[in-house]
Design a protein around this ligand. Sequence first.
Ligand code: NDP
Ligand code: 8X3
Length: 262
Amino acid sequence: MSDESPRKDEVLRKTVLITGASSGIGAACAEKFAIQGWNLLLTARRQDRLEALSAHLSATYGVTVNWQTLDVRRRLDVEQSLTNWQDRQIDVLINNAGLALGWGKLPDNNPDDWDTMIDTNIKGLLWMSRSVVRRMIATGQAGQIVNIGSIAGIQAYPNGAVYCASKAAVRFISDGLRQDVIEHPIRVTNIQPGFVETEFSVVRFHGDTNRAKAVYQGIKPLTGQDIADAVWYAVSAPAHVQVAEITLTATHQANATVIHRA
Ligand code: NDP
Ligand code: 8X3
């Protein structure tokens, strides 16, 4: 854990807390917000990645970056991490940590993969949201929860039922939370990307990089930066505007199953 207090001239800067900041979309969001002058609270499980990214962003953009290793599946650790940062106002939470594990027909799936996806994508997002939203309500501050859902949460596809279900849950948790905080100045946004070339497919195929590359063959996929731009659009909207949902796909991807490959 790094514990750098914001310098005096920086306390007026806003702060974003990002889960899964060690790679892909989370790391791209960290850089996007650093460019915009925000202070960063970064979490993920891989310490070396967090250390390197934090050093790079604070040196390049002059913002305060704190990080903690955190496995979002561990509820008590989530609560402790927020306690460790209780002196920081969190303006935006980006619930990005997530993964797909395995590819196959549901009866052939490994139930351990189901546990990991459900615990990370649904329960981890819930633990984080609960802690941060309760704090926002207690202080009466304006805030925003940005969930990284997926087009998989709109339409199920073969061989991915449980991942799709986990992202459908993200969609409905977002919709439900938006209603439950209606009287507070708290906005809830669900970002639903299609193919984004990150470590996502390498993780899904348990480290098989050739199989992962094939997912993006013949199509120019989205990048982590494209998603970070969409997140920033939702966060930088005027205070009276709530961007409830953004769905974005590559130009040659219409939905989860209709893809044109050159
Ligand atoms: P990456 O694999 O590149 O990044 C996933 C991030 O999640 C990593 O930083 C990883 O960090 C973190 N993570 C995974 N499990 C945990 C955990 N238990 N606790 C804390 N952090 C965890 O993939 P993406 O950047 O693509 O994925 C980010 C999000 O975007 C996910 O929710 C994914 O479902 C979603 N998404 C991805 C799409 C794509 O095509 N790539 C499309 C639509 C949505 P570490 O391993 O260090 O813990
Ligand atoms: C990731 C996008 O279509 O591979 O959520 O499921 S997809």
